[in-house]
Design a protein around this ligand. Sequence first.
Ligand code: PLP
Length: 368
Amino acid sequence: MEPKQIINFGAGPSKLPQSVLLQAQKELLDYGGIGFSVLEMSHRSADFGKILNKAESLMRELLSIPDNYKVMFLQGGGSGQFSAIPLNLIGLKEDNCADYLVTGTWSERAAKEAEKYGKVNIVHPKLDRYTKIPDPSSWTLNPSASYVYYCYNETVHGVEYDFTPETNGVLLVSDMSSNLLSRPVDVSKFGLIFAGAQKNVGCAGVTVVIVREDLLGHAQKECPITMDYKVQAANNSLYNTPPCYSIYIVGLVLEWIKNNGGSAAMETLNKQKSSMIYDIINASNGFYECPVDVSCRSRMNIPFRVGKKGGDEALEKEFLAAASKRGMLSLKGHRSVGGIRASLYNAVTVEETEALATFMKEFLKEHQ
Ligand code: PLP
């Protein structure tokens, strides 16, 4: 009997390209003929140096990162950066304050963490639900802020900016954990970009930080040394032992992105895949409901309810069970919002998205 094809629609850690997994498998015991695994390799060895350089140079190439930016591969996850960013940057100006846009769970957590280190100004009226991006005309940006922070794609709520916030010259900082390299981005507009790798660019354990050089050297004295950007940049991410294997996987994923046309090609596919699912939701007469404003619906994470406005939990259970029978896994919404969430990161193919679309249409027909 043919093994059942499994499709992983998880929000992260999430699907990796099949070819990346196969290459990692092939090289697991003997990397490049050296007789042992990357898992066993010294981070100070020449072989690991090549792995690290490859990941960095591919990142630079794929994002056209200007020369005056450092690229670091750090530990501590996306959440570690919620602390590292204020610890390094909130003191850039004497008011010791920062502006935050809070459009979902992840920017909310980042803002809360930053409050430990300085003054935090939420620039817009507080949202009672995370289903939209407040109109920029309602923002009150503080010109004395050291930086403006936003989360480009809110993974839990499925809210993604379709524009780059205008900050009147104040440094812009962005969490791109769940959409880095899913679309082109102009790095020169940012002071700092970070991304936990475990969605679009690799596996858990490593966080990519891209930071403009002039922002190094401003850490508060309490900043843990492993989080000090100046120290990590000066040591090429090797101040202490980095997450070697995760960096190796990032290199393989970036190679895969490059061989598949780079971020512009990823964007074309991601538009196509997400439209396929949103079109079904829109045409379902309310049977499927996505609460997010049309203007900021994420291409990466599509949250929706099934059966009626606000969701019919019993029917959603049935939906998940029927999807699982067809090999479609990890579609359950985040525990804080319920319902369904389909994550369509770069590694999820058009054919796999079509399989979900077909299933959604059939489920609709049977239950409407
Ligand atoms: N930022 C975003 C957008 C995320 O989706 C996540 C996790 O899913 C995080 C930050 C936190 O990342 P970590 O779990 O690596 O701390």
